[in-house]
Design a protein around this ligand. Structure first.
Ligand SMILES: C[S@@+](CC[C@H](N)C(=O)[O-])C[C@H]1O[C@@H](n2cnc3c(N)ncnc32)[C@H](O)[C@@H]1O
Length: 272
């Protein structure tokens, strides 16, 4: 009995220990829940707060960019554009055009792209690569008063020497007759109203229904610099459209990110 009692006491003692441990564990669990839950909520909140802070910081930067003259959003985008590159070669394209050309190429699937204003040749190479990405077997003809010699070469890119103001001397009727269609033209040379208008007039009778001419850098007006370009591309586009109702501004491109939120405001012209 004693033994039993002893055993029983031992058992009770053991039971008490177990009960005590259980109670301790339960208290600990409660404590962890009570303390842990707020901690996890706090951690979650602080993560969200971090994200919110980041977003607010971005909004703040964007708002600042819109508020202060020396930090205009457009100036900031333009600054980045001038420092952009494709395959290590400087390419003067802003982020909106980098997005929009891809959509345009997929939509039109041009077999020929004529670019006026090659600069270092990166944009011509990029156009050629984009054609290939769109499963198009086509050619890029890039014309400049100074022909570039980019380190990158593409079999389907031809750089030709020529003046945007006298395109008939380089794009002869014989050459034009050989161009595969559809055609997309990109004017990106002097950005003066005169040159832009000369290019528009040259291509007006050449372009067919559904083909495009893109006039680059009308954004100089928004940047307050149109006077440096004798009115710039914007003036040329409005003069051209008033005499050529067969061309229309494609808002699907110009307004995709907001009204004329592009480096080429009113610059995506489609022959109807
Ligand atoms: C804005 S850059 C072209 C940028 C290039 N398309 C790009 O996206 O990187 C302008 C180019 O036009 C060329 N240019 C200037 N006057 C020209 C003219 N009258 N005819 C043809 N090209 C001209 C310049 O030599 C320069 O390379």
């Amino acid at each position: 009995m004693n033994g039993r009692l002893g055993a029983s006491v031992k058992e009770r003692g053991a039971n008490a220990d177990i009960q005590g441990m259980k109670a301790y564990a339960a208290r600990l669990a409660c404590l962890l829940i009570l303390v842990g839950f707020p901690i996890s909520v706090w951690a979650q909140d602080s993560d969200e707060a971090g994200s919110r802070t980041k977003i607010l910081a971005l909004e703040h930067a964007w708002n600042q960019a819109e508020t202060f003259n020396d930090l205009k959003a457009l100036d900031s985008i333009q600054h980045g554009t001038l420092r952009y590159s494709y395959r290590g070669i400087s390419m003067l394209k802003n982020p909106f055009e980098i997005a929009l050309y891809q959509v345009l190429f997929w939509q039109v699937k041009p077999r020929t792209v004529i670019e006026i204003g090659s600069y270092l040749g990166a944009s011509a190479i990029w156009f050629a690569d984009m054609m290939r990405n769109c499963d198009v077997n086509g050619t890029v003809i890039s014309i400049d008063i100074k022909v570039p010699t980019p380190a990158e070469q593409r079999e389907n890119v031809r750089f030709l020497e020529g003046d945007a103001n006298a395109l008939d001397t380089v794009l002869t009727p014989a050459i034009l007759a050989t161009l595969e269609r559809p055609l997309v033209v990109i004017e990106d040379s002097t950005h003066t109203a005169e040159t832009t208008l000369a290019v528009l007039k040259f291509f007006a009778p050449i372009l067919r229904s559904g083909e495009y001419i893109v006039i680059e850098d009308g954004v100089v007006s928004d940047l307050g610099r149109a006077h440096r370009f004798n009115g710039g591309p914007g003036l040329a586009i409005s003069q051209f459209l008033s005499a050529h109702p067969e061309f229309e501004i494609d808002a699907g491109f110009c307004d995709r990110y907001g009204h004329n939120f592009t480096g080429n405001p009113n610059g995506y012209l489609r022959r109807s």
